[in-house]
Design a protein around this ligand. Structure first.
Ligand SMILES: N[C@@H](CCC(=O)N[C@@H](CS)C(=O)NCC(=O)O)C(=O)O
Length: 199
């Protein structure tokens, strides 16, 4: 399998984390989104949306959208609950992440880290919605170890990707203590070093 991705992108890291945790072999193809590498005809043939991550499976079929990719790769693993209702609760978080979390937290981070904007130049409505997403997670994680039950599922993988980087987007993670506790637990479950830790 080939993974086309950017190691600074949380969406791409979701795929890497799942492959590493499940010992799925892959070749990582680094794609520089800022240099237009997602706009080449070859890349657009893999993903007409012109975004990473994209995987090309061993049989040559491409698949895009981070949550669709991890859903496919981890389909028979402990990252997906066996109980259909709990699987649907996991999917609830995956859809929520893409509509109500990533567009605010990841985009604020993108504007600060990639485009060099100061926090004061961020769209206040985007910041407010990012804070609302963190507050919702805080309320939920105050009563549960992981997002769905007591072990790490794809819901945690997907939400961890940008939540652990939220400070880089100007968000005060210390205001969300249960989220901070969960970040550590999810990182340990995935075998990840904390953000900023030197190897
Ligand atoms: N919903 C998509 C979002 C993918 C996405 O936003 N990818 C960004 C990097 S994180 C990208 O490729 N940006 C380059 C571009 O849009 O041209 C997913 O979850 O995979």
């Amino acid at each position: 399998m080939r993974i086309y991705g950017d190691l600074n992108s949380g969406n791409c890291l979701k795929v890497k984390w799942v492959c590493d945790a499940l010992s799925l072999p892959y070749d990582w193809i680094a794609v520089d989104t800022l240099q237009g590498e997602t706009r080449s005809p070859e890349f657009l043939a893999l993903n007409p949306a012109g975004q990473v991550p994209v995987v090309v499976l061993d049989d040559g079929r491409p698949l895009a959208q981070s949550n669709a990719i991890i859903r496919y790769l981890a389909r028979d693993s402990a990252f997906v609950p066996r109980d259909p209702y709990l699987t649907a609760k996991m999917d609830e978080w995956l859809f929520w992440e893409q509509y109500s979390h990533e567009p605010y937290i990841a985009v604020c981070r993108y504007q600060m880290v990639y485009l060099g904007k100061p926090a004061s130049a961020l769209d206040p409505d985007r910041v407010r919605r990012g804070q609302a997403a963190l507050a919702l997670m805080e309320r939920h994680l105050t009563g549960t170890a992981f997002l769905v039950g007591d072990h790490c599922t794809l819901a945690d993988v997907a939400l961890l990707a940008y939540t652990r980087l939220a400070a880089e987007g100007g968000f005060a993670l210390q205001d969300y203590p249960s989220v901070c506790r969960w970040i550590g637990d999810a990182e340990r479950a995935l075998g990840l070093a904390p953000v900023g830790a030197t190897a």
